[in-house]
Ligand binder design. Structure first.
Ligand code: ISE
Length: 336
């Protein structure tokens, strides 16, 4: 079977990262073309990796040499590009978020339902991180007993100025909402939010402490702190009746510096989740080649995160606990 032709829309931080991975390390696929609103940026990636550079995202989707598309462009374009990929009958992996708003995400899900076959995967890469998958596997095995608490920490060293207190929830915490749904295998039922004062490093945005309750009653607390200075630090501990299990990212090096000895802390998510991004792409390509639905987050999962976000934002503004709207899951999105 010939390699799948892949096109990447958006050659910013994530598009460039995926392009390098696809061009070098993923069997069964080849990077055919890239596109970016900033042509110079696209040309730099295309030239370095031997891919064609196209001027228009829709032309890339319709290109006969391209079998599947990676969408890494700004959030506001995700839904329309996803719709165009569905209309062309091509598989598409959309970097999170699925869409910039709940309404746009719903349109995408409706289009996929009308198409009748799953074409959309959302880039919630943590579902492929060896730590998270092992936590899920242990829980499902029954060895831990029933889950009671899930403690999550999400710290960025720093964040761009456009990240507001709302985006701390909508953008950063979105990964935690999906990770909690993935680990527990159930929906989130309610949300509360408490905000400590801003750090002096970013006086205009508040870190957030989010407390969720899953449908079964499992209590989930999430610290999201985008200005932690020291590095990128994602933690999770699942406390169950008979045992607890926690992520233990093993950095490949130990740093001895300034009188201290310890594991180095990654500076951003590309380093921390390098394995997860690679495994996500490998699984996506392998599923497409087999002709089976991809095993990553579906468009339905992509829509669940903004539903939890919506409840969190209402809870934040009102200072109360808010229920999450959980519609019935269509058969197309039942776990396989
Ligand atoms: C960013 O968009 C991501 O997806 C990162 O994984 C997350 O850590 C960061 O906070 C987000 O802004």
């Amino acid at each position: 079977m010939t390699d799948l032709g892949i096109g990447i829309i958006g050659t910013g931080v994530m598009g460039t990262d995926h392009a390098a991975r696809l061009a070098g390390r993923i069997a069964g696929a080849r990077l055919v073309a890239v596109q970016d609103a900033d042509r110079t940026r696209a040309e730099a990636v295309g030239k370095a990796l031997g891919a064609r550079v196209l001027g228009d995202a829709l032309a890339l989707i319709d290109d006969p040499e391209i079998d599947a598309i990676l969408v890494c462009s700004p959030d506001a374009s995700h839904a329309s590009l996803g719709l165009a990929a569905i209309a062309a009958g091509k598989a598409v992996l959309i970097e999170k978020p699925l869409a910039a708003s709940l309404a746009e995400g719903e349109r995408l899900v409706q289009a996929e339902l009308r198409h009748g076959r799953r074409l959309v995967q959302v880039g919630f890469m943590r579902r492929f991180d060896p730590g998270y998958t092992e936590m899920r596997r242990s829980l499902v095995s029954g060895a831990l007993g029933a889950p009671l608490f899930l403690h999550c920490r999400h710290r960025n060293a720093t964040a761009p100025d456009y990240i507001t207190s709302e985006l701390v929830i909508a953008s950063s915490a979105g990964h935690e909402f999906d990770a909690a749904r993935f680990l527990l295998g159930e929906e989130i039922a309610s949300a509360m939010v408490i905000s400590p004062p801003p750090s002096r490093h970013a006086p205009t945005r508040q870190p957030q402490l989010i407390v969720l309750q899953a449908e079964s009653g499992v209590a989930i607390d999430i610290e999201v702190f985008n200005d932690a200075s020291y590095g990128y630090d994602v933690r999770a501990e699942l406390v169950c009746e008979d045992a607890t299990i926690a992520l233990h990212p093993a950095p490949p090096t130990t740093l001895r510096q300034a009188g201290r000895d310890g594991p180095a802390v990654p500076q951003d998510w590309r380093q921390r989740f390098d394995d997860a991004y690679r495994l996500q792409l490998e699984n996506w390509i392998a599923a497409l080649r087999r002709g089976t639905p991809a095993s990553g987050a579906s468009a339905w999962d992509g829509l669940a995160a903004p539903r939890v976000t919506e409840a969190c934002l209402a809870a934040w503004l009102s200072g109360t606990q808010v229920l999450v709207d959980i519609p019935e899951r269509p058969a197309l999105y039942e776990p396989g």
